[in-house]
Design a protein around this ligand. Structure first.
Ligand code: 13P
Length: 341
């Protein structure tokens, strides 16, 4: 294992004042987001939109890494240069989603387990030749009546650990993403308890596989009230509960932490990250973002299938990237930008 290289890449991914752009939606997810805007999802449309994101002038001031989907890493920016090479050239670390999606867990019809371990060694080898330097695997944990079960948490944690080991063997930094969903009526205490349990089992499994934590990046959910919970925790409580939860479960050696946005509004995702970075606690890791929706909602809406809107798309993605970059230092203020989506 090339540990120095892995640790250096992980540090680059969570570099101060920057964060990760998740633009790795599977074709199915991308299609449903496009359709909500009345846009037909063709390969060319997905390319046109995604190349607008990465060509926003100065985007690398705020973005340290970008997660690509299999289709995108095989495409060229402006028909000239492969995505990964383009990103490298502008100082953004190229990454790739390598899981094959969350499928129903046999025997547990309301729960999911992420698939994609079969053939992963070979796929990683190819992705390295295509320029990927880090990877992402998302596990999904649902809170509901009697769930998550131990079986679901264990199955997902074990798969994550095997994925991490394979990535590190290939010289690729794994993003470890065990997402406890915010859907549901549960309160913030329940989210805290389930997130804490999930992260504990994930790190037990990573330990069993003997991986090098310094060459990994954790991508967790924030600790939030369920979306349909009548009592919504405020920004201070979310920040405190999330940071306490991470301190209780995440080993200090982990290379860095980059949150998912998970269906929060753009504003919530920024305010929560900002507040966490203002707390007067000494943390062993940097806390930044690896947002999909909270970075892309506004630019995708500005585009809405019209390629003549490039300047607007650039403006929106830069604005979202910039406010979150400031939030990753605890320096966001409302003068930096409003939230319109
Ligand atoms: P969201 O920020 O939209 O949750 O997406 C992040 C991601 O990469 C999901 O796997």
């Amino acid at each position: 294992m090339q540990l120095d290289k892995l640790e250096a890449t992980a540090r680059e991914m969570v570099a101060s004042g920057r964060g990760i752009l998740a633009m790795d939606e599977s074709t199915g997810t991308c299609t449903s987001r496009f359709e909500k805007l009345g846009v037909v999802s063709t390969e060319q449309n997905r390319l046109s939109y995604r190349q607008m994101l990465v060509t926003a002038p100065g985007i690398s001031d705020y973005i340290s890494g970008a997660i690509l989907f299999d289709e995108t890493i095989r495409q060229k920016v402006n028909g000239e240069i492969p995505f990964a090479s383009y990103l490298d050239r502008i100082g953004i670390v190229p990454g790739i989603k390598v899981d094959k999606g969350a499928k129903v867990l046999a025997g547990h019809p309301e729960e999911k387990v992420t698939e994609g371990l079969d053939g992963l060694r070979e796929r990683l080898e190819e992705y390295v030749t295509l320029g990927a330097r880090f990877a992402k695997w998302r596990a999904v944990i649902t809170i509901g009546d009697g769930i998550p079960t131990d079986a679901c948490i264990m199955a997902n944690a074990h798969a994550l650990a095997r994925y991490v080991a394979l990535c590190q063997e290939a010289g690729v930094v794994p993003i470890v993403e065990p997402e406890v969903l915010m859907d549901g009526t549960h309160d913030i205490a329940t989210c805290r308890a389930i997130t804490e349990k999930t992260l504990s089992v994930v790190y037990e499994q990573l330990d069993q596989q003997g991986v090098a934590l310094g060459g990994t990046v954790l991508k967790p959910n924030m600790v939030l009230s369920g979306k349909e919970c009548l009592e919504q925790a405020d920004v201070d409580e979310v920040a405190e509960q999330t940071v306490d939860c991470l301190r209780a479960t995440v080993p200090s050696e982990v290379g860095g932490i980059a949150f998912l946005s998970g269906g929060q509004t753009d504003e919530q995702a920024t305010l929560h990250l900002n507040r966490m970075n203002q707390l007067e606690v000494d943390l062993p890791w940097r806390l930044t973002f690896s947002y999909g929706r909270a970075l892309q909602q506004a630019p995708m809406k500005a585009w809405s299938g019209d390629n003549s809107k490039q300047a607007e798309v650039h403006g929106e993605v830069l604005k979202r990237a910039m406010v979150n970059a400031f939030a990753s230092k605890g320096e966001y203020t409302s003068e930096l930008g409003s939230f319109t989506v």
